[in-house]
Ligand binder design. Structure first.
Ligand code: NAP
Length: 344
């Protein structure tokens, strides 16, 4: 059987391009005893992948040049010679960027497993693409921050950056479910309208059109009680002077620096951390893996109650995956970026 794989052929340094990748064919052998053949249906495209393109010091292994890449995917078992898996099972893995792969069925723990590890998924009411979208890693990151770690009371003001992205949009909606007043930013007017009309935040602004500090001041007349930071040092620096005393900042990531070749803008206003006795916590979704089952049931319930929506931006076909990744950094996509490899 011939599998198609997308390989990285060049490390761009800054400003990744689709031409940094190439789609190749690879012959897969017949499966042996204890192995499974999986056909990927959907894969998730995430900002961290931009960092995997470079040999930089993070907790991530850099992707190899001209070799198999890793990334969250949901697929279906096509053939099994493994006692735990049947043909037709839905399996989540880190074996994205290819349409078929062979696995030995080792246990899957996101980002920490060998590439061929996987886990069965079958939540009631969930479609296959939900496992890389509404129930995926970025969604769990939002849930970890806003449902598990955030210390806030109804009526408090929460600020969420990259509000129209996956972590941001889900974070905004969980904050609304918790009764918080939500202020959020995004990089286009269309995204701002989505935040106001669909996510129902209380105040949204286009950070590429308005100075962030002035927009936050207008949106947060009683100060800020909680920040969920996804975007940038600039955004977080602008929040600090508006923070109320003894409040909390949760940092999920700084997406703005992933495509800049290591150039990081200076962090400002740090003295407010001391003066306002702030708590800053940067965290990973893995910190909330114990809450995975509650996360799934909450997300499915909130969606059925009309309180949770994930905007999706679907790229059709495995060969579109490089374009999909670049779209995260040129503001051309909105919401969760997914690649449909084979549909459901
Ligand atoms: N800690 C964890 O375990 C974990 C897990 C998942 C994600 N994260 C982090 O959470 C953050 C959001 O991830 P996500 O999955 O929600 O991303 P996403 O859905 O893919 O959204 C990416 C968005 O980032 C925004 N962006 C791009 N360049 C930017 C820039 N220069 N300045 C500000 N915003 C920019 C764009 O929206 P606009 O057009 O609105 O700017 C883009 O649509 C990232 O920092 C990511 O690394 C952390």
């Amino acid at each position: 059987m011939i599998a198609r794989q997308v390989h990285l052929v060049r490390r761009p340094g800054e400003f990744a391009k689709p031409s940094d990748f190439r789609t190749v064919e690879a012959e897969l052998p017949d499966i042996e005893e204890g192995q499974i053949l999986v056909r990927n249906l959907w894969m998730s495209i995430d900002p961290y992948m931009r960092r995997s393109m470079e040999p930089i010091a993070t907790d991530l292994e850099p992707w190899p040049l001209n070799g198999r890449l890793s990334g969250p995917a949901i697929g279906r078992v096509m053939a099994s010679r493994h006692p735990k898996f049947l043909a037709g099972d839905l399996v989540e893995s880190m074996s994205g960027w290819q349409d078929h792969f062979i696995s030995n069925g080792a246990e899957f723990v996101p980002y920490m497993s060998p590439d061929d590890a996987l886990v069965k998924r079958a939540a009631a009411g969930a479609a296959p693409k939900d496992y890389v979208g509404l129930l995926g890693v970025a969604a769990l990151t939002a849930y970890a921050g806003m449902a598990c770690f955030a210390v806030a009371n109804p009526g408090d003001t929460a600020v969420v950056s990259s509000g129209a992205g996956t972590v941001g949009s889900i974070g905004c909606q969980i904050a609304k479910i918790r009764g918080l007043r939500v202020v959020s930013s995004a990089g286009s007017d269309d995204k701002v309208h989505w935040l106001e009309d669909v996510a129902r935040v209380d105040h949204a602004f286009n950070y590429r059109k308005r100075p962030i500090a002035a927009a936050l001041k207008q949106g947060c007349p009683k100060g800020i009680d909680l920040v969920l930071e996804n975007a940038s040092q600039d955004h977080l620096s602008a929040c600090l002077p508006l923070m109320n005393e003894l409040k909390q900042i949760l940092i999920a990531g700084f997406v703005s620096i992933y495509d800049t070749g290591g150039q990081v803008p200076p962090f400002k206003n740090f003295e407010y951390v001391l003066d306002k006795f702030l708590t800053i916590r940067s965290y990973r979704f893995m910190d909330a893996l114990d809450s995975y089952d509650t996360f799934v049931s909450d997300m499915m319930r909130w969606r059925s109650e009309g309180k949770m929506t994930l905007r999706e931006c679907v790229f059709d076909g495995l060969e579109k995956a490089p374009e999909a990744l670049c779209s995260l950094f040129d503001h051309s996509s909105a919401g969760k970026v997914l690649v449909r490899i084979a549909g459901d």
